[in-house]
Write a protein that binds this ligand. Sequence first.
Ligand code: AMP
Length: 469
Amino acid sequence: MFNIVKGTHDVIKEEAKKYSYIEEALANFATIYGYKEFRTPIIENSELFTRSVGNSSDIVRKEMYTFEDKGGRSITLRPEMTAGTIRSMVNEKLFAIQDYPVKAFYCGPNFRYERPQQGRYRQFNQFGVECAGVTTVERDVEVIALAYSMLQFLGFEDVKLSINTLGDEETRTNYKNALKEYFSKHVDNMCSDCKERFNLNIMRILDCKVESDRKIIDKAPKISSYLSTNAKEKFDKTLNYLKDLDIPYVIDEELVRGLDYYTGIVFEFHYTSKNGNNYGAICAGGHYGHLISEIGGPDLEGVGFAFGIERLAKVMEDDGLFPDLDDGIDLFIMPIGEKARNFSVSLAYNLRNLFFSTEICYEDKSFSQMFKKAERRNAKLALIIGENELEKKEVTLKDLNTKEQETIKIDDLLKVLYKYFEQDEHNHEHSEHECCCGHHSHQDCDNDDHECHHEHDESDHCCCHKHEK
Ligand code: AMP
């Protein structure tokens, strides 16, 4: 037995189905907003993250999985996906045609050596978007609206959007000076992280969670008093748009985000499930001013966010926000005897090619054991094939829900199955124009490889199970 690596978790069966549901829903929404999928490598050169996420961030200082490869290069398992996505845009010269914004969405695992706790893993999945090459407030708002719409679609009713602005250069210079002056009187009594942050990036002190430090931080100067006219105008405009779109928000002046590349607005979505669980931010993002040029691209800005799939799945599970993700199969075939087993091989092959999810019991089992197996697989129908029936070209179909059963001609099987699943309220997705030969309509059957010698019924279904060349 090998233990799973600390801070990682297996996502299997029903849980994997839930992750796929979330990821598909988010991808569909991102596509509606014009984003294209980017799949970038999990490993990147370490310098990408030290340059982008930043030397003063906890991620770079303490949390990266970095190793030297056999060629002596310093490689890091990505701790986030913005840097890799922007690197890919630069490498692929997507900014060259100057048709902005370049819109990317991504989904995949990330790695951070954090202290594992509720909602915090060392390998976790993110879904995110990057809208690169933009400066307008409208794009910032569009990206926040996208995250909000996604959450609404997933069933979140009162999700909390926290927003702040880190202002422009002028704002940050003045604010950092004010913070320096204030914290210089307190830093000796603060945690070791804060001492480091004081020198590396003083605004990150605001992010400290140590209780004794919080008392000091709460009395620190607020950024709102240092916003330049331009930064204030931009932030007010952003908030007005959010009001227009009916997206509720709270301003959180201590929200600075843990990655150094943010400038301008930063935001997080939080949610507490009905039983009181809060796993931390379920989505976080912001505007980045220099990231693209830092990575070697043109001097353009961008905005993006990332959802944490683990946290989303957990709160959705807590509050019953998942639809019925039926993972039962359509048919469980129970062959009795050698001949029936032989027949079942091609029958199952053909049915599966027609998208009927099918399982077979090849093992010698009693009826009651086979029905147990069907039940465990949550099968809708059992298809019993006995030797005598087979000789008469018949099979018995049992509805495992109503327990009704009927014996039918094998040639009628497809017709009966289509009728059953059309009536099945679970909106079964079998096409009207499929033939069990695997081609999509019976017209297609008349090609060089296959000639269908069986008659097709009125609805274009072919009821054969075998084809001749
Ligand atoms: P970040 O890349 O830090 O801005 O995080 C974006 C989102 O990823 C957060 O809001 C979380 O939902 C999720 N996330 C970040 N770190 C972790 C982690 N260690 N475990 C699980 N989810 C995480």
